[in-house]
Design a protein around this ligand. Structure first.
Ligand code: SB7
Ligand code: NI
Length: 181
């Protein structure tokens, strides 16, 4: 199983690379990676398992955070109506998005960042996305609220972008060249 020691931290080059597309149907190896990532998120949200293995709770995890620069991420998160969005995606992408933006009031955190970085991270409020699932099915979803924010945070990881790159006034070296998506 994946534990915190498998997660690379700031300074690791994988977090700043553009991840490679996954060839489909996914290889057994890529499927296993995607499956383990989703398992990690579920474990991290289970109080007993999280305590036993010292897992920081997470709603998303991207392959580059394991040092694997492939376009794979997992999300396991509920929206305000308690709908669960539990997926591992291969080659996820945003098809379209609202002009309207949103953010998490208290800012964002990251399992690869062992410090608090305050500041507002602007995200699209609504997104239409697609990706290939663990079952090798291409799905299209409309996301809003927290699931939409998590999808954008994870997609950023596949493009070498950290959440604090999007904080206004953050003196990050990537901010000025940052594409919107
Ligand atoms: C707050 C937290 C996350 C996404 C959006 C807002 C996920 C944190 C865990 N990760 O580091 C996943 O990349
Ligand atoms: Ni992150």
């Amino acid at each position: 199983m994946i534990t915190m020691k498998d997660i690379v931290r700031e300074g690791h080059p994988a977090l700043r690379k553009m991840a490679e597309e996954v060839s489909l149907p996914p290889s057994e190896e890529d499927r296993e990676t995607a499956e383990k990532m989703l398992e990690f998120l579920k474990n991290s949200q289970d109080p007993e398992i999280a305590e036993k293995y010292n897992l920081r709770s997470g709603v998303g995890l991207a392959a580059p955070q394991l040092g694997i620069t492939k376009r794979i991420f997992a999300m396991h998160v509920t929206d305000d109506k308690d709908n669960l969005y539990s997926y591992s995606f291969f080659n996820p992408r945003i098809i379209s998005h609202s002009v309207e933006e949103t953010h998490i009031e208290g800012g964002e955190g990251c399992l690869s960042v062992d410090r608090e970085v305050p500041g507002i991270v602007p995200r699209y409020k609504r997104i239409k996305v697609e990706g290939t699932t663990l079952e090798n099915e291409k799905v299209t979803l409309r996301l809003r609220g927290l699931p939409a924010i998590v999808f954008q945070h994870e997609l950023d990881h596949l493009n070498g972008i950290m959440f604090y790159d999007r904080i206004d006034d953050y003196k990050g070296k990537f901010k000025k060249e940052l594409p919107k998506l």
